[in-house]
Design a protein around this ligand. Structure first.
Ligand SMILES: [Zn+2]
Ligand SMILES: [Zn+2]
Length: 367
């Protein structure tokens, strides 16, 4: 038995997505059929569309989704039909060495091809042909089948068309502040890149009580957003050397923590250079395949730490509900992140807006 869904399908890189009806197969024993309510528009999807991030095609993209469980496989225990869920584009099995060791965002399930279910086959079909999944989420479809380990139950009073953002950009940006860097009150922080993810790094730095929060970008509009979300200083890197400026604002040789939320060689190197001896630079941005760094090893000998973060570098099963609780309590801003709300039929326009730097986040909502 199959059900129908409307999906945005990428058949060829650098071509518009095709919005069309597709078949969705039954969920397997350990799988879940979800009716998605909304999915945020993220750069990682764009990297696949532009070809910067090679992926098997055709594919149904989307990995920042929230929805309602419609059906579960026979062995599924953690969710039931009617439950509200956020997607977890990095699944956590709870059994592998990473999960047991306290690093579930590195779960061993990441080693399997992420464009199929765990049995190596897809659950989408169009005209007799299988369509690939994206990160086992594929939220640019009104329905998809996901792994049980790939959904996180969330409270039912939270608006799904808003909290979908937590499923990637919000956690990716905010999580590293407390999970990876463990920024203490009074610290100095620089954030390179103030789009839909970086604004969360800024917001989280404010939440934990960072004293100086220095936002760096090349677009004046993004620097305005940064101030709205808690930046104490802004640096326009198109007009001045951001490393020298950050060092000058921070004093003492540089910032305690720098977060890189762009994903280019230049900005990663700038982030590291803007920290003082013993400081830490955390890479959050996803670089195009083939990107390499060139750094003076002396920066590391001087006890700087260069590290990175996947999906918040914490515990996605508790971090996602925690951020939603903060939002519901009025302590974390999510609605203000949403610049545009668009139907699935306008998804290509949503990617144009993202590419032009016109939006904090867009949300594709299904009615
Ligand atoms: Zn994303
Ligand atoms: Zn695991």
């Amino acid at each position: 038995m199959t059900t129908q869904a409307t999906a945005a399908v990428l058949y060829q890189v650098k071509q518009p997505l095709v919005v069309e009806d597709v078949e969705v197969l039954e969920p397997g024993t350990h799988e879940v059929l979800v009716r998605w309510v909304a999915n945020g528009v993220c750069h990682s999807d764009l990297h696949v569309i532009t070809g910067d991030y090679p992926h098997p095609l055709p594919v149904v993209l989307g990995h920042e989704a929230a929805g309602i469980v419609e059906k579960v496989g026979a062995a599924v225990e953690s969710v039931k039909p009617g439950d509200h869920v956020c997607s977890s584009y990095i699944p956590s099995c709870g059994k592998c060495g990473y999960c047991i060791g306290g690093q579930p965002t590195l779960c061993a399930l990441r080693d399997k091809p992420r464009w199929f279910m765990l049995d190596g086959t897809p659950r989408f079909r169009k005209g007799g042909q299988g369509l690939h999944h994206f990160l086992q989420v594929s939220g640019y479809a009104t329905r998809s089948v996901v792994l049980e380990e790939g959904v996180i139950p969330v409270r039912k009073d939270a608006p799904l068309e808003v909290v979908c953002l937590v499923s990637c950009g919000v956690l990716a940006g905010a999580g590293p502040v407390w999970n990876r860097a463990k920024v203490p009150p009074g610290a100095s922080v620089a954030v390179f890149g103030c789009g839909g993810v970086g604004l969360n790094t800024i917001q989280a730095a404010r939440l934990v009580g960072a004293a100086k929060i220095i936002a760096v970008d090349v677009l004046p509009k993004k620097l305005e957003w940064a101030q709205e979300f808690g930046a104490s200083h802004v640096v326009d890197a198109s007009r001045e050397d951001p490393v020298a400026r950050v060092q000058a604002i921070a004093g003492g040789g540089g910032v305690d923590f720098a977060f890189e939320v762009v994903g280019t060689q230049r900005t990663i190197e700038q982030a590291l250079l803007s920290t003082h001896r013993g400081g830490m630079a955390v890479v959050i941005g996803i670089s195009p395949a083939g990107t390499r760094l060139s750094i003076d090893p002396m920066l590391l000998v001087q006890q700087r730490i260069l590290t990175g973060s996947s999906f918040g570098a914490g515990h996605q099963r508790t971090d996602v509900p925690m951020l939603i609780d903060l939002f519901m309590d009025g302590k974390y801003r999510l609605r203000e992140l949403i610049s545009r709300r668009l139907p699935l039929g306008e998804i290509n326009h949503a990617f144009d807006l993202l590419q032009q730097g016109e939006v904090k986040r867009s949300v594709i909502a299904y009615d």
